[in-house]
Write a protein that binds this ligand. Structure first.
Ligand SMILES: [Fe+2]
Length: 417
């Protein structure tokens, strides 16, 4: 049994490796986080424009389907038949009048209600269900659904905190900036990483690894810790925005700062420099805005590439990253091409995501033998968890662990929140 005594430091600057490898912890995460009070990103309103449109997704280990009903409202349900627990909707997306389980063909409406059961009255008066069987008690289990500018979120909690309160003002502001115009899906990709899902949640909250691990980014000035930037969190420090401003540093400053870091940033050149060009799209200079939502969604702007990443845990030692690449509906074709080219920075065959995958896999593998040893996360200092207006900091990781510990019921007395 893992208890609050697991933490060697009250400010979460030491995370025991056990938390990445323990099956019992994994089960508790599913129960208390993913099936608990959090809001999880499901998909986009624009992915299901017509009545009957549906998409399958996941909230942690729980399969979920969301659809547009006949009246135009978005509904979401656990994608599991009330009869024998089979997945009802096996396609990723489609359009249908109802959802029928292939196993015994129990049929559910777009509102999730159980509408029909084959052989309900048996055959020739024999078998089937008792007349007292109450259909209305056996629908698909609903999620509460809400949306921010067309981004759909769901929760399995029965009395959830309102979504806007859950996100908090800085995060809401950033999501509304990202979704300030109708979006268009440019494509999907998936990446399987043989590592614990929390290593990925940490990866996107960690600002400065990008300019050390990802040689491409620093070489071509897309992401350098010498840029003006920082981290912002909600009041509970569960979510994080990593941000940086374009053209806010110089090559000289960057060369000087990275001189001792073993990052080769001056021997490659691009034959097509327009690949990395940043075209400002709104009244700010942000060319990096990575918004990590607890527990499992990341809204990513890197230069002009836009994506939503969904973190899908697949057991203690594997995670799937499901990525939706986006543009805006009013993008001219040339801008769509620009976004797609830059989108190849990320994704499983891109220049960045495979490096993150490798970093997560080697951390997962090397930490497994010593479950009671810990990470050391104190760049940006220990103690108080707060926003920083500089980029070299681990502080948002401690924010993540602080809320994680609270939900799992392993928050130590006197913990720094
Ligand atoms: Fe990275």
């Amino acid at each position: 049994m893992v208890t609050a005594a697991i933490w060697p430091a009250l400010d979460y600057s030491r995370v025991p490796y056990r938390l990445y490898h323990d099956d019992e912890i994994y089960a508790r995460e599913q129960e208390r986080i993913f099936r608990g009070p959090v809001w999880s990103y499901l998909g986009l309103d624009s992915e299901i424009p017509e009545p009957g449109d549906f998409r399958a997704t996941w909230v942690g280990d729980t399969p979920v389907v969301f659809n547009r009903d006949k009246a135009g409202a978005v509904k979401a349900f656990v994608n599991r038949c009330a009869h024998r627990g089979a997945l009802v909707r096996r396609e990723l997306s489609g359009n249908a009048k109802e959802h029928i389980c292939i196993y015994h063909q129990w049929c559910y409406g777009l509102d999730g209600s159980l509408m029909a059961i084959p052989f309900r009255r048996g055959i020739r008066g024999e078998g089937g269900l008792e007349p007292s069987f109450e259909m209305r008690r056996h629908g698909l289990r609903p999620l509460n659904v809400d949306n921010i500018n067309g981004a759909l979120f769901g929760t399995l909690a029965e009395n959830p905190e309102p979504l806007e309160d859950y996100l908090g003002p800085p995060i809401l502001h950033q999501l509304r900036r990202f979704l300030d115009r109708p979006v268009r899906v440019l494509g999907y990709n998936r990446q399987r990483i043989r590592g614990n899902w929390k290593l990925y949640a940490e990866n996107t909250r960690d600002n400065y690894h990008a300019s050390l691990l990802h040689e491409f980014l620093v070489t071509f000035g897309l992401d350098r810790s010498t840029q003006t930037g920082g981290v912002r969190m909600d009041a509970r420090h569960r979510h994080n925005i990593t941000w940086a401003e374009a053209d806010s540093d110089t090559d000289e400053l960057a060369h000087e700062a990275y001189a001792g870091a073993g990052v080769r940033n001056d021997f490659l050149s691009l034959k097509e420099p327009s690949l990395v060009a940043f075209r400002p799209e709104r009244g700010d200079k942000l060319n990096i805005a990575i918004t990590s939502l607890f527990p499992s969604a990341v809204f990513v702007q890197i230069s002009n590439s836009l994506a939503v990443r969904q973190i899908r845990p697949r057991g203690v030692g594997e995670v799937e990253i499901f990525q939706t690449m986006l543009g805006y509906e009013d993008d001219p074709p040339e801008m769509t091409l620009h976004r797609l080219r830059q989108a190849n920075l990320v994704g499983p065959a891109g220049l960045v995501s495979m490096e993150d995958g490798e970093a997560i896999e080697i951390a997962h593998r090397a930490s497994r033998p010593d479950l009671d040893r810990t990470t050391v996360i104190e760049l940006g200092g220990g103690g108080v968890i707060s926003d920083r207006d500089y980029r070299v900091t681990d502080v948002p990781l401690r924010g993540f662990w602080s809320y994680y510990a609270e939900l799992l019921g392993i928050e130590p007395e006197g913990a720094v929140r």
